[in-house]
Design a protein around this ligand. Structure first.
Ligand SMILES: *Cc1c(COP(=O)(O)O)cnc(C)c1O
Ligand SMILES: [Zn+2]
Length: 406
């Protein structure tokens, strides 16, 4: 395996540079930190640098130098699905779906869990913790178990039954908390300072966020380095959006792609602090939120990362939008029927927002647009169809088949 080209951590506010230690913010200004790489090295090596499959194929652009720390459950390498039928329905020239429900625990979180837990090993921690609406919890628990680490998972009381089952199976320490993500995250983030566990939260840890950058590298490779015009990414706290945008930026700086895609931030209307600030042109006002079917997007206060997303949107000519719960559920059904992709409500929020932006003519229809579908539908809770079974004889069976397929 190739070495990591990560060089240091840099403050996104004041530019202060730090070595690659476990550090969550800038000493000088408390700004968030991001990883920086040897871009000249990337440029010189070219994409031939990558070898192997899955997420760790991109190890040169990830911050885990020692292969022994690279924990895996087979994440990454998810399909990029060309969807001509759905594209026709939505009225866009070409629609690509990056289906991250194909990851080991069924969500995009496995990308960040791989680098978070690898970093916990790198920095010698024996335990991890996270505050979650369900997906991060099951993913961090699974990767921690896989790495032989203990985990302490704080789960949303309204998480779906499949998500709760998944977490209960993968961690020995599942704690259900009262209220929404915002109610616990601030005090949990303070506790991170005591270093009783490795920070697997979304607020600050630059090593965790980094794994999600591989979305951009995969999309670029899967399109033969002719990246889509537009990429729609979900935003809860902002890791996926920020990391994907930076992956494209690195490839552009390295000269691997001619230009970075326009980035669109997608939120649920019931948790739309970033989209709202983008529309109003002001700063983010934290929202007091209730339930949204897009459980994974249920954050009313995205904190400093939300401000970072907003800055990327404004500097990069991006776009933001949101979709109501009923539009999200309608999109979930439509995607399953039209393309055979059964994704969760959180996972299709991007597509629901894209549908709306196209209907409102906020995006040019003559483009290639890629939406990140971040979650499988197999973690969705709902009423199953009726279990009242029909007893058939040959004639009644033949009648039904003829009727249904007429
Ligand atoms: C967590 C999550 C997201 C987005 O979260 P960010 O913190 O903004 O990266 C999107 N989709 C799913 C399925 C998730 O679980
Ligand atoms: Zn700083």
């Amino acid at each position: 395996m190739t070495d990591s080209l990560a060089e240091n951590l840099a403050c996104i506010e004041c530019g202060a540079v730090y070595p690659l230690t476990y550090r969550l913010e800038c000493d000088a200004c408390r700004g968030l930190l991001e990883l920086r790489y040897d871009i000249a090295g990337l440029r010189a090596a070219g994409p031939g640098l990558f070898a192997g499959s899955g997420l760790w194929r991109y190890a040169p652009v990830l911050p885990i130098a020692d292969p022994a720390h690279r924990v895996t459950l087979g994440e990454g390498g998810t399909p990029l699905l060309d969807c001509p039928r759905l594209a026709r329905e939505l009225g866009v020239r070409r629609l690509l779906l990056k289906y991250d429900g194909a990851n080991p625990t069924g969500t995009v979180k496995d990308r960040s869990s791989a680098t978070a837990v690898a970093a916990a090993l790198r920095f010698g921690y024996g335990a991890t913790s996270v505050v979650s609406s369900g997906n991060a919890g099951s993913s961090i628990a699974a990767y921690s178990s896989r790495a032989g680490l203990r985990s302490l998972i704080f789960a949303y009381e309204r998480a779906s039954a499949p998500k709760l089952l998944h977490m209960a199976a993968t961690t020995a320490n599942l704690i259900v908390y009262k209220g929404v993500y915002d109610d616990l995250i601030k005090i949990w983030d303070r506790l991170v300072e005591e270093r009783l566990f490795f920070d697997c939260g979304a607020s600050r840890n630059p090593y965790k966020q980094e794994g999600k950058k591989t979305l951009a590298y995969e999309i670029a490779e899967q399109t033969g380095w002719a990246v889509p015009d537009v990429v729609v990414a979900p935003v809860a706290v902002g890791e996926t959006f920020i990391a994907t945008a930076r992956g494209f930026r690195e490839m552009r700086e390295a000269g691997w792609i001619a230009r970075a895609p326009q980035m669109v931030a997608a939120q649920a209307t019931r948790a739309n602090a970033v989209a709202r600030a983008f529309r109003d042109g002001g700063a983010i006002t934290p929202l007091k939120i209730g339930y949204t079917v897009a459980e994974g997007l249920a954050a009313g206060d995205p904190g400093k990362k939300g401000e970072w997303v907003l800055r990327l949107l404004r500097d990069g000519k991006g776009l933001a939008g949101d979709a109501e719960d009923d539009e999200i559920l309608e999109t979930q059904r439509r995607l399953a029927r039209v393309e055979g992709v059964w994704a969760g409500p959180t996972g299709v929020a991007t597509l629901a927002v894209l549908t709306r932006l196209l209907a409102h003519k906020q995006l040019d229809r003559e483009q290639t647009i890629c939406a990140i579908i971040s979650e499988t539908g197999l973690k969705t809770e709902g009423e199953p169809p009726s279990r009242a079974g029909i007893a058939f004889d040959f004639d009644s069976l033949r009648r039904l088949v003829a009727e249904r397929l007429a």
